[in-house]
Ligand binder design. Structure first.
Ligand code: HEM
Length: 535
């Protein structure tokens, strides 16, 4: 039997096993499961029955040589999202990967992901990130959101959450986001006018990185940086390039022994990337603070948005620097890649694009800018974004480090300090959860629809049924994405206005673009699109 046949048979078995696990719980039940009392009980259980349960050493998993073979011979080094599915097909829904200093328990069904998250404790940790921490220690910086743990992390989140996650507060950013989207439209107009056929924009993702960076900067600094102008500020390009280096090297650096640091270039480049990220954030903050001080000394009122909020909070200056850097970092790859993939699919699916256009046009005729209230009348657009995030999750695999407690998952007992890898890409692409999982079908998220036909294919209620943990693109619980609401607003405003102005097409004979992993999931090749004016 060929390895593909073995894999697909094992995949079907894994899918069957997933289907035969206990029935999916409702969102409310899951939330109830997460309360502190239940967490305590699970841990008592874990401690007392440890002797009877299997342990991490009983888990199946690849040997070091198999891992090396997959990574470097079969080319999975930048396709770790696909390695999840391959390994699940061989070892089942839970397995162990040991690779150098890395020792990880992978879980790849929504039920097992839910089990891990339910036991994440009061102060969840994604991963220890010793290499990120080492950079902060070397430079004497504060740790920040990603590296800080326990009550210290929670203190940071408590300052950020109110103005980032409360819908009403985030709605206040709508006018500035619309301004940034206006710049994006201008930029697209300019780029297409410069192309040979007057309509093509090459490598749309790199343009959208600038859009993402301008979007988050405009909120943080209360001023516009002009990232989408003719002359792109050099610090913007430096930040985007350092983001690329840092995210790429974050996958390599932890696997290399320390003694290689003076011989191989990776560690030095990794540190340089962090230095650049920090430096740019500091320059922008200091510049804005000087402006604020000048305004105050002239007796002028200061419009307070996000930076002002951070500066007037209990955070130290060092914490403000690192926090702003991390928020900027969150703005580069996330919304931009999602928007690129959404446009890529709409270009290949004219019916879906037409449906989106007619929805946007009926809610906001004559290219009126949508308000935040209008967005609730655009379910199809939200479905397009959800379906995009399902097919191309920016975070294809997340982590939970069981720092506080021992845990029990799938009848295995794990000691404190076990690192879990939540294989989201695999669950998002699992036929057991999503019928025709590899197809772009926004309709699957429109639950009010009657069963019948979806995109010309007969459908049934299975299209709408999936486990609540089979799709959690922004994470869940207290450690979930702090930028979720802002990201959604940027995505909805940008997509609706682009579609108001343009019909998007792919280039004649354009190849299928696959994703690749650079810590986050990004397009492996540039996406070139044709923007035909709807005038
Ligand atoms: C499509 C857009 C985005 C997606 C899919 C996304 C997804 C995620 C996910 C899955 C996590 C981990 C959550 C967990 O561990 O449970 C996360 C964390 C985070 N995200 Fe996002 N994100 C997006 C946009 C943004 C934006 C625009 C920002 C900046 C404002 C941002 C800032 C952050 C930060 C700072 C964290 C770490 C939070 C913490 O550790 O407390 N994200 N994001």
């Amino acid at each position: 039997m060929s390895s593909t046949a073995v894999s697909s048979r094992a995949l079907r078995l894994a899918a069957h096993r997933a289907r035969t696990l206990p029935a999916a719980r409702t969102g409310a039940e899951l939330r109830a499961c997460a309360d502190a009392a239940q967490r305590r009980n699970l841990n008592v259980h874990a401690t007392t029955v440890a002797g009877k349960l299997k342990t991490i050493d009983d888990l199946p998993g690849p040997s070091l040589s198999t891992n090396l073979y997959w990574m470097f011979v079969k080319g999975y080094a930048d396709k770790s999202h696909l390695l999840q599915g391959l390994q699940k097909s061989i070892y089942g829904p839970i397995w162990r990967t040991k690779f150098g200093p890395m020792d990880v328990v992978n879980v790849a069904t929504p039920e097992l992901i839910a089990e891990v998250i339910r036991q994440e404790g009061r102060y969840p940790i994604r991963a220890e990130l010793p290499h990120w921490k080492e950079h902060r220690d070397m430079r004497g910086y504060a740790y920040g959101l990603h590296v800080d743990t326990g009550p210290e992390w929670y203190r940071l989140r408590s300052v950020l959450n109110p103005k980032m996650l409360k819908l009403q507060e985030v709605s206040a950013y709508a006018p500035i986001i619309h301004e940034v989207v206006g710049d994006l439209l201008q930029r697209i107009k300019l780029l297409r006018s410069r192309s040979q056929d007057q309509v093509t924009v090459s490598d749309i993702t790199s343009e959208l990185y600038k859009f993402g960076f301008e979007g988050i900067s405009s909120i943080l600094f209360e001023t516009r940086l002009g990232c989408l102008q003719e002359e792109i500020p050099k610090d913007t390009l430096r930040f985007i390039s350092a983001t690329n280096d840092m995210l790429t090297l974050s996958m390599t650096v932890p696997l290399l022994p320390r003694w290689t640091r003076n011989i191989l270039p990776f560690w030095k480049r990794f540190i340089q990337a962090w230095d650049d990220l920090y430096d740019v954030a500091k320059i922008l903050i200091d510049r804005r603070m000087a402006q604020i001080e000048a305004q105050v000394s002239r007796g002028e009122p200061v419009e307070g948005m996000y930076l002002t909020h951070l500066l007037s909070s209990e955070l130290s200056r060092a914490e403000v620097y690192i926090t702003v850097m991390e928020l900027l970092l969150g703005g580069v790859d996330t919304t931009s890649n999602t928007l690129s993939w959404a446009l890529y699919h709409l270009a290949r699916d004219p019916k879906a694009q037409e449906q989106l256009y007619s929805e946007v046009n009926s809610v906001c005729p004559d290219r009126r800018e949508p308000t935040t209230d209008n967005l609730s009348q655009m379910p199809y657009m939200k479905a397009v974004i959800k379906e995009t995030l399902r097919l191309y999750p920016v975070v294809p695999g997340n982590g939970r480090f069981a720092s506080e407690n021992e845990v029990v998952v799938a009848n295995y007992w794990f000691p404190k300090k076990t690192q879990f890898h939540l294989c989201h890409y695999t669950t998002y692409h699992d036929e057991a959860e999503f019928v025709d999982a590899e197809l772009f079908i926004p309709e699957r998220w429109l639950r009010t629809r009657e069963p019948g036909s979806i995109c010309g294919r007969p459908s049934n209620t299975n299209y709408y049924r999936h486990h609540p943990y089979s799709f959690i693109p922004f994470g869940v619980g207290v450690r979930a994405c702090v930028g979720k609401r802002l990201a959604e607003m940027e995505l909805y405003f940008a997509l609706s206005r682009l579609i108001q102005h343009y019909e998007v097409q792919h280039e004649e004979g354009a190849p299928v673009i696959e994703p690749k992993t650079r810590t986050l999931l990004i397009p492996a090749k540039p996406i070139n699109l044709r923007f035909l004016s709807r005038d």
